[in-house]
Design a protein around this ligand. Sequence first.
Ligand code: DON
Length: 568
Amino acid sequence: MTYLSKKIALACILLLGLTHSWAQAPAFPYSIQKEALADSAMVVTAHPLATQVGLETLRKGGNAVDAAVAVQFALAVVYPQAGNIGGGGFLVYRSKEGQTAVLDYREKAPAAATEKMYLDSTGNVLTNKSRFGMLAAGVPGTVDGMWEAHKKFGRLPWGDLVTPAIELAEKGFQITEREAESLNGERFNFIRQNTFTPAFVKMEMWQAGDWLIQKELAQTLARIAGFGREGFYGSGTAKLIVEEMGKNGGLITYQDLQNYRSVWRTPLEFDHKDLHIITMPPPSSGGILLQQMLGMTSNFPLKEYGMHSTAAVHLMAEVERRAYADRAMHIGDPDFWKVPMKRLTDPAYLKSRMADFQADKATPSKKVAAGDIKESEETTHYSIVDAAGNAVAVTTTLNDSYGSRTVVAGAGFILNNEMDDFSAKPGAPNLYGAIGGAANAIAPEKRPLSSMTPVIATKGGKIWLVLGSPGGTTIPNTVFQVLVNLTEFGRSLPEAVQAKRFHHQWQPDKIQIEEGALSETVIEQLTGMGHTVEPRGPMGRVEAIVRLPNGRWQGVADGRGDDSAAGY
Ligand code: DON
């Protein structure tokens, strides 16, 4: 047998899944657990079936990275709004011995992308082009990311990690009420954006308990199981992607796919009080923003103010405003733009940033420019700790819910619309209302600026917290608030995660609050100080793990979705 035919045979065996324990798909309704306690290991993801896949991988002797790879592929099946193989993400790792690593598997602009590709002839932004259809897609990074992570840290055979996902796609799984609503809500977009009927559209409306079967996705996953990276960036999958681009005006070429490489970057690490935080540097803005916001609050007695008090919300919103102003100006793909990281996170700079802070008055955003630096709604997060004490925090995305809504015909997966995270034109808001300029302008093979903030925090040299969230530009604020709820306001992890949140991102100049986040009195007082306070929908979906004082792990899954935690 040649190497190739052996690989094909392996892929077929994996696809049939005849001998594997995953053949028995879990019965519906599977249980959704918001909190779990365990002695050894913990997995928290956006979907109970993906959580179960992660946990099984750990029980079979896989480590946290093996579990992360298995979860990523499982989410691509059971959580199609954000779980993906057609998107990208960031992985933060810390070994039990303290080795840290971060992997950037963010999508890249195709080589044929141009700065003004989403502008019409008069210079107006054509937002639909960066949000829907093939032209919205960046070159996917997920499969290469998983391949690299596995190559460096994985222990179990690669194929074994993809198998659970193949089986979930091949045999199907029963969807929840929330998933049914979400698919029904996108029905029109799926029909409009595809020339065939993808698995996500049914004759009738979806209902809780219906089976979602994704045969073509199962075949793509089988190619990935059999051929690894090449199963996506070469082989039949690449051919299907390139064909789809040709038919529907996309830019991604075979060469773009072949050239895609994820990057091990230097982790962004900093100390905050008794914590050591390990998180993502650019092309995510998340780590820098988190460091800035924690730094800017560190000279104020937040603890005394109390959670959701006028003084605390005012201070935190002002800090958020200033950090996001810097984001718009200074942060972009570090391979293309010199990000002044040192200066942006320098304690003296952060102190000077708060010089015009007034305790009783909002600072209008138009008066808060980005700092003068002279130095040359869908994503998903999962948190894992294994029995040895290694940890992984991953945030991964298609950008919008179901990305570009285009499914690669014959391959069954959704392509991202990550190109919308670029600044299509200076000052023009993207999907999340974020504005930017040259730092985040479109260029061939550049990565769009992200807000994703996967975090591992240690205390006394031991892993204490694994944390992250989706939510576009709200992500750094969600992570910031959960951390502050824990460390300053003395909340337990379940309280810190389920607490209502608020969001300020400089522009637009307002504090958006989840329903019930703030009392009428606090809203009145903030308004009196010059803030505009507006209601918004749910903000973020946090998946977090904390080590309790007794040494046990506590996993907490956000109550805002079907998210689920499990451990052993
Ligand atoms: O990378 C980013 O910041 C965005 N593409 C993330 C999108 C997101 O979180 C959507 N979730 N609701």
